[in-house]
Design a protein around this ligand. Structure first.
Ligand SMILES: Nc1nc2c(ncn2[C@@H]2O[C@H](COP(=O)(O)OP(=O)(O)OP(=O)(O)O)[C@@H](O)[C@H]2O)c(=O)[nH]1
Ligand SMILES: [Mg+2]
Length: 470
């Protein structure tokens, strides 16, 4: 990409295909002029000097090149004058009838008059360049468009409002102050003064590292909310894991049979419970086996367990108390209780009415337990409530900044690394200029998140993922 040229771009901004109406968008210096060259009011041409901002004009699009200037469609046209538009440029929105032919025809006329077809995200990219929002907010727009459940919608809206950007700006401002103080020392290097007291420097560094740490920690949850909180269904073969998956989803997704080792590979399905997206993962049953493929499946089970936020440890109650405890202990040994939540699920309760439920509860008093029958879906709703109650999502306050984006996460990790280098540098009594160098590196990484520092490749990556017309 070369220098930014303010040519006029156009695109269909509504979903592709036939609809009741469609919106075609133009943005750029010549957008008003180009739109007016194919638009007239019912009473005649509209003069560019008479245009009022935000006013919708009713009229028709016509083909100026046809002999009789024939009408293409009846439309509503809205004009926006810079900087009061989405892109910050002069822009126009044409609402036409939603026929694919009409949409294409109007687009064609606009191109004939000198507009260029926009690439993906080009409108938003212009908005970013014109300072309408920062990169995290641009990314929030994309997230908002693709959000399909309440929780991810809420995060996108928060990010769009700029809470995350504000936190980053504050963090950056503090570190910037430090850098200036360190650089001041350089100017007075002959005189052996310290403008940035080292104790104070360490305090601010630690405080910043804690703050960054909080944000990087939130990525696990943020990512989970966006892509579904991972819930692994684990346990011995034949415990009823696949039956449970089907019961939760309300459909026959996984194969169920009384043959041990039915599920070989993991099966994943997302499911929305009370506005939160969960990703349920049915795994291969755990047992001693010499069978190669089943072994691979079981290794995969252990990996999925370690990646999950919530683990449903399915226990076959018909196996008797001793075996059930053994089975539970095995699952417990695979779990990191600081990061993960285990729910034990006693299954096949219909076949094991005399199972000592209270005794099991006593043995595992610190672990939530549910007793169900997956086959006839008894108490599945109770289990779902248990899952909701033990999801970290409840710890979220609505205004908390949450990292949901891998790009942001990576930049934060790099920033933290640089700050730790400053710490180490101080331990080694490094000079102010070297410390300032690492600080600047940290600042660079923080600035890359909001786009205060950026490059074409990063912009291309971000906006390339948008739809055409946004
Ligand atoms: N009576 C009864 N049978 C059940 C229940 N849950 C599962 N089963 C039966 O138990 C057998 C095994 O069920 P699956 O869901 O295939 O078990 P799994 O844990 O996925 O087994 P693998 O994939 O081999 O590890 C099937 O015959 C199911 O019909 C239940 O709650 N009650
Ligand atoms: Mg199975």
């Amino acid at each position: 990409m070369g220098i930014y040229v303010n040519d006029t771009i156009c695109a269909i901004s509504t979903a592709s295909g036939t609809g009741a109406i469609a919106v075609i968008r133009l943005s750029g210096e010549r957008s008003h002029e180009i739109a007016l060259s194919v638009f007239r009011k019912k009473t005649g041409a509209l003069n560019i000097n008479d245009i009022k901002d935000y006013k919708a004009y009713f009229g028709e699009v016509f083909d100026p090149k046809s002999e009789d200037n024939s009408m293409v469609d009846e439309v509503l046209v809205t004009f926006f004058k810079n900087p009061h538009s989405y892109t910050g440029e002069d822009s126009v929105e044409i609402s036409c009838h939603g026929s694919v032919y009409v949409q294409q025809r109007i687009l064609e006329l606009l191109v004939n008059q000198g507009a260029r077809l926009a690439g993906p995200g080009e409108f938003s990219k212009r908005a970013f360049i014109n300072g309408k929002f920062d990169l995290t907010q641009a990314e929030a727009v994309a997230d908002l468009i693709s959000s399909q459940n309440e929780a991810s919608h809420r995060i996108a809206v928060n990010q769009l409002k700029g809470g995350f950007s504000k936190e980053l700006r504050e963090l950056r401002a503090r570190l910037l102050d430090l850098t200036s103080l360190l650089e001041l020392e350089l100017d007075f290097s002959e005189e052996d003064v310290e403008f940035a007291g080292r104790t104070q420097l360490r305090e601010i560094l630690d405080e910043s590292l804690r703050h960054i740490g909080k944000l990087t920690d939130s990525f696990r949850l943020g990512n989970a909310i966006k892509n579904g909180i991972p819930v692994a269904i684990a346990g011995e073969t034949n415990a009823g894991k696949s039956t449970l998956l089907n019961a939760i989803l309300g459909e026959e997704r996984a194969i169920v049979s009384d043959i041990e080792g039915t599920t070989r590979d993991t099966i994943e399905e997302t499911f929305n419970i009370n506005g939160t997206l969960y990703r349920f993962i049915d795994t291969a049953g755990i047992r001693e086996t010499s069978e190669t493929i089943e072994k691979i499946g079981i290794e995969r089970t252990f990996r999925k367990i370690s990646e999950a936020d919530i683990i449903l440890g399915v226990l076959d109650l018909t196996k008797g108390y001793e075996n059930v405890c053994k089975s539970a202990d095995l699952i417990i040994s695979k779990i990191d209780s600081r990061k993960q939540t285990l729910l034990l699920v006693g299954n096949k309760h219909d076949l094991a009415a005399s199972f000592p439920v209270a005794k099991l509860q006593e043995s595992y008093h610190n672990i939530p337990l549910a007793f169900i029958s997956a086959k006839d879906t008894t108490d599945i709703e109770t289990l779902k409530s248990l899952i909701i109650n033990h999801s970290n999502i409840h710890k979220l306050t609505s205004n908390e900044a949450l990292v949901t984006n891998a790009r942001h996460y990576e930049a934060l990790v790099h920033a933290a690394q640089s700050l730790r280098h400053v710490h180490e540098g101080m331990d080694m009594n490094l000079s102010a200029d070297l410390l300032a160098e690492d600080l600047k590196q940290g600042l660079y990484h923080l600035g890359s998140i909001t786009g205060e520092v950026t490059n074409d490749e990063v912009l291309g990556n971000i906006f390339g993922r948008f739809c055409v017309g946004k």
